[in-house]
Ligand binder design. Structure first.
Ligand code: SAH
Length: 225
């Protein structure tokens, strides 16, 4: 799988992809992440990528030309499953969307800044618009990193124990069960006996029951779905 992320702040994306599961996925050859500096595609001498909004109002708007030049270059090199714009007015990211995208091959992700990007980029190029939640951030880089992480960790072979992604919250429509590790007793706070019983079937049943209880308490909307 390949991601091409277009941003004015490529440095912001160095760290999220250089550690842990995302780094290992790249080292194993399961995904490639290419970050493109939008300023390299700026058309004027000042290398500006934004301009004042038509019709007035506050905030700058990211121009078409640099995005178009970068996207045209990429789509001339390979086919893309989706050209995704990270935006608060897109569909809200969830596990189902991440699972669905994880079967794709190539993705372009556009990171906005300031007031956002010229609507015509969205009309002409963008095939999918994704939000990471109902709040506004200053740029699309952190949302892009979140989207890539959510997709990459469900690619088969990325997590060492493949079943561990499958047992995470949301995968079966339920939140995850409570988890414990050593010591058995922390100042009188004990691990539930059932987990020490060694009785696999009972443990599985207990975990499922806990998932239901937790989901009912915290996210009853998931059960209604
Ligand atoms: N004026 C826009 C917000 C612009 S915020 C609006 O009201 O909808 C600047 C950039 O940050 C956006 O272009 C987008 O790429 C990114 N961004 C901010 N919040 C986001 C969110 N919740 N999900 C995804 N991207 C977001």
């Amino acid at each position: 799988m390949r991601f091409d992320i277009i941003t004015v702040l490529p440095k912001l994306l160095d760290s999220p992809f250089a550690h842990s599961i995302l780094q290992r996925a790249q080292n194993k050859g399961l995904c490639e992440i290419h970050v493109h500096n939008l300023r390299d595609y700026a058309v004027n001498k000042q290398k500006s990528v934004d301009d004042y909004p038509y019709g007035g109002g506050s905030g700058m708007v990211m121009q078409i030309a640099p995005f178009a030049a970068c996207i045209d270059q990429l789509i001339s090199e390979r086919n893309y499953d989706e050209i995704i714009y990270m935006t608060p007015d897109g569909e809200t990211l969830n596990q189902e969307i991440a699972n669905g995208l994880s079967s794709g091959e190539n993705f372009i992700i556009l990171c906005g800044h300031y007031k956002g990007i010229d609507q015509r980029i969205r009309d002409i190029y963008v095939t999918r618009e994704i939000s990471i939640g109902d709040y506004v951030l200053s740029g699309g880089e952190l949302p892009a990193a979140i989207l890539v992480d959510a997709i990459v960790r469900v690619i088969p072979g990325v997590l060492s124990d493949e079943t561990s992604a499958l047992s995470d919250s949301f995968q079966d429509g339920l939140l995850d069960a409570p988890i414990y590790t050593r010591p058995v007793d922390w100042n009188g706070h004990k691990v539930p006996d059932i987990l020490l019983s060694g009785h696999e079937a009972k443990i599985t049943a207990w975990r499922h029951e806990q998932q239901l209880i937790r989901t009912k308490q915290r996210r009853p909307d998931l059960l209604n779905d």
